[in-house]
Design a protein around this ligand. Structure first.
Ligand SMILES: CC(C)(COP(=O)(O)OP(=O)(O)OC[C@H]1O[C@@H](n2cnc3c(N)ncnc32)[C@H](O)[C@@H]1OP(=O)(O)O)[C@@H](O)C(=O)NCCC(=O)NCCS
Length: 162
């Protein structure tokens, strides 16, 4: 049987309820609140994509934001989630590549994110996409819950081809 197909589309405020449900499914008590997601989905500096299965089910989403750090435009990933039913199908990789291209088109020189030190699926995902773990952020998610800061330089070739 052929594996199910998915497509990547822009996400917006109209997706808030579904996206928040998936955020809670993936992060539990650490999920962003509905109010924070609403802000991110409406902020003009944010970029949001969702992955939709061919039967219309929401499979995942990503939200990033254009930020100015030290005079450089940087793309920061705020959240990425894939429904457990649809994992290991390449959906997170496709969402990351899509937002990476969009960040490059906006002139970002770098992508930056934070990831829990014990989140192996996410660590492997970012490693496979060429991120470097640049800093340990102690107690980032609360006492004893450390994170790595991860960064990826956007190559000259991506920036030139925009
Ligand atoms: C992390 C997450 C987004 C990955 O989503 P996914 O769609 O299953 O990932 P992909 O199928 O695109 O995987 C791409 C690569 O990431 C790595 N990877 C993903 N899941 C992995 C796992 N469980 N164990 C080891 N490596 C994994 C692999 O290198 C994989 O490539 P491969 O399948 O060819 O080996 C998903 O597990 C998730 O939503 N987790 C909960 C939310 C979360 O932790 N978000 C990240 C916060 S920083």
């Amino acid at each position: 049987m052929a594996s199910p197909e998915f497509r990547i589309e822009r996400a917006g405020p109209g997706d808030l309820r579904e996206l928040h449900e998936l955020e809670v499914k993936c992060f539990g008590k650490d999920a962003y609140s509905k109010a924070t997601l609403r802000f991110l989905l409406t902020d003009s500096r944010c970029i949001s994509f969702k992955a939709v299965m061919d039967d219309g089910s929401l499979a995942g989403f990503i939200i990033g934001r254009l930020e100015n750090i030290g005079g450089k435009t940087v793309g920061r990933i705020y959240t990425i989630n894939v429904d457990p039913r649809f994992r290991r199908m390449g959906i997170a990789k496709a969402l990351m590549k899509k937002i990476e291209a969009e960040f490059a088109a906006w002139g970002c020189v770098e992508i930056i994110l934070e990831v829990a030190v014990d989140n192996r699926p996410a660590l492997e995902l970012y490693r496979s996409l060429g991120f470097k773990f640049t800093r340990l952020l102690k107690d980032y998610y609360g006492p004893g819950r450390h994170a790595y800061e991860a960064k990826k330089l956007l190559s000259e070739s991506i920036i030139r081809s925009r």
